[in-house]
Design a protein around this ligand. Structure first.
Ligand SMILES: Nc1nc2c([nH]c(=O)n2[C@H]2C[C@H](O)[C@@H](COP(=O)(O)OP(=O)(O)OP(=O)(O)O)O2)c(=O)[nH]1
Length: 148
């Protein structure tokens, strides 16, 4: 298909926490939480776009680790790809497009008001962090109390 363009989002994990960013614009999305990132420019590699956007928006250097499986439609011919990324250097600040950034412990990930398109990816990231996005732990057989 021609004309599909990619928006990359960075799921930056650092010391067991996920970085979330609150959009400040456009009005329809303002107040929604998302993965920092943006549109991949024509001819640009996804990882290069990820590094560029994180530098522009947050003032940090990240290292893309791997892309999560999935591509989530955003409308107008855009799809969202989400990459796990390490924080290499810098302290994230909301320099551009965001009103606030926040480090989330695994149990807090589900509590934010994420942009609708991000929900499936948030579930995947929460799973990577070892916490179901429902906020409720899944208790496997091994951790169930023994019944006598
Ligand atoms: N960065 C980002 N954008 C998302 C996410 N979820 C989601 O629906 N979007 C939408 C919001 C925007 O409509 C679009 C990304 O556009 P953007 O404004 O961040 O892209 P950009 O930084 O390249 O900005 P511009 O050059 O177009 O001004 O994708 C997400 O998790 N991260």
């Amino acid at each position: 298909m021609t004309g599909t363009r990619i928006v990359v989002g960075a799921a930056i994990l650092h010391r067991g926490r996920l970085l979330a960013a609150c959009r400040s614009a456009p009005a329809a999305l303002a107040g929604g939480w998302e993965f920092p990132g943006g549109k991949v420019e024509p001819g640009e590699d996804e990882t290069a776009a990820l590094v560029r956007e994180c530098r522009e928006e947050l003032g940090v250097t990240v290292r893309p680790v791997r892309r999560l499986p999935g591509a989530w439609p955003l409308g107008k011919g855009y799809v969202l790809h989400v990459w796990l990324a390490d924080l290499v250097s810098g302290e994230p600040r909301p320099l551009q497009d965001h009103s606030e950034v926040r480090w989330l412990a695994p149990a807090a990930v589900a509590d934010l008001d994420w942009l609708a398109a991000d929900r499936p990816a948030v579930d995947l990231v929460a799973a990577v962090m070892g916490e179901p996005a429902t906020g409720k732990r899944v208790i496997g057989d091994e951790s169930l109390p023994m019944r006598r």
